[in-house]
Design a protein around this ligand. Sequence first.
Ligand code: LLP
Length: 426
Amino acid sequence: MNEFFPYRHGQLHAEATSLLDVAAAVGTPFYLYSAAALTARYHSFVEAFQPIQPMVCYAVKANSNLAVLRLFAGLGAGADVVSEGELHRALAAGIPPDRVIFSGVGKGRAELMTALEAGIHQINVESVPELRRLSEIAAAQGAAAKVAIRVNPDVDALTHAKIATGKKENKFGIDLDEALAAYRLADALPGIEPVGVAMHIGSQAGSLQPFAEAFERLAGFIREVRQAGLKVRRVDLGGGLSIRYRDETPTDPAEYGALVNRIFGGLDLSMACEPGRVLVGPAGLLVARVEYIKHGASRRIVIVDAAMNDLIRPALYEAWHEIVPVRQPGSDVVVSAADVVGPVCETGDTFATGRELPPLEEGELVAFGNAGAYGAVMSSTYNTRPLVPEVLVSGDRYAVIRARPTYAEMLALDTVPEWLPPPRDR
Ligand code: LLP
């Protein structure tokens, strides 16, 4: 784990709060975020960008809990949203509309209308049809939509295929060779004010190199647009900085900042970026309880009460998350291989295979690390498992920031048509 999740008195804590105490009060499984970790990560990110001072638009999709958004709002963050729902969250958390960017490849009519009415900072447009639709809506409202053209730089972010977005074959952005025509069109269309360009090459980028290539191409494009006599005032660099889940070399925000400065520094642009994972990933845990230990033919199987519906990253991306016992293992502990699995009826519901873990007992707690990003937000109620509660810790205080729904609440979301026949007795 990291400095915000220390062992104290033999038990894992979040800051000065015992996970055992939280588990006793809230039940398991639950997500937990450290306010100090969130704050520290935001500050170190911002510091890395002196003197560029970009508008930091936190990518809400990584963790959209209102309390997390409020914390970032309090630090001065803006938001990058990809749906009307996220826009409502950002605004409800107090993020000013003029610090909100709307990204996404398939924005609906109602979503665009809401964004225009809210008067957000910028809409990142990813296709010519979207540009035309936005023009139509904005012109009808008598509004001028501030638009950035998202270009696809055709760069491999060296990450998992499912989260790479910057290659030509990906669905995102407008190809570089068509982007100038799109920018011209944006300039000509009623209701559109092209203000700049945007990109995002993917998430958990493998190194700084893909950013360097993509930024160079983007800078080249900006010069091209300016040579064509059009104004480019802003650049939005997207997100994608990586963290260390296992043994990756995480993106160093200072090196990233220096790169941005080197490539864009002289271009007289106001800059925005959309970090998600790097701000929240290491600030969160998923805490689960061991239900059973099963000794299979070849190895120990640890069945926990969290499942793929709560944390889908291992099932979806073969992602590796650290797993540690909440009770501190002694220094002489002997580790051995174990599979850590959930209760869902799918083999994919496996968090780890052959993981070296100390002895574990039924009833004890384990914590999954780096679960602050793309954890709770990607959870579902598959198998009618209630959404896992979320807890925010600050020092020795904690608050439930999303409660576990009751079964009655879950069932109440369904409706049985009155024209269906009543159940038969037998
Ligand atoms: N901006 C845009 C337009 C994006 O699509 C994304 C992420 C971000 C910013 C933030 O990227 P970050 O800084 O977090 O890398 N569910 C996956 C990650 C999907 C990311 C999608 N887009 C996962 O669990 O790894």
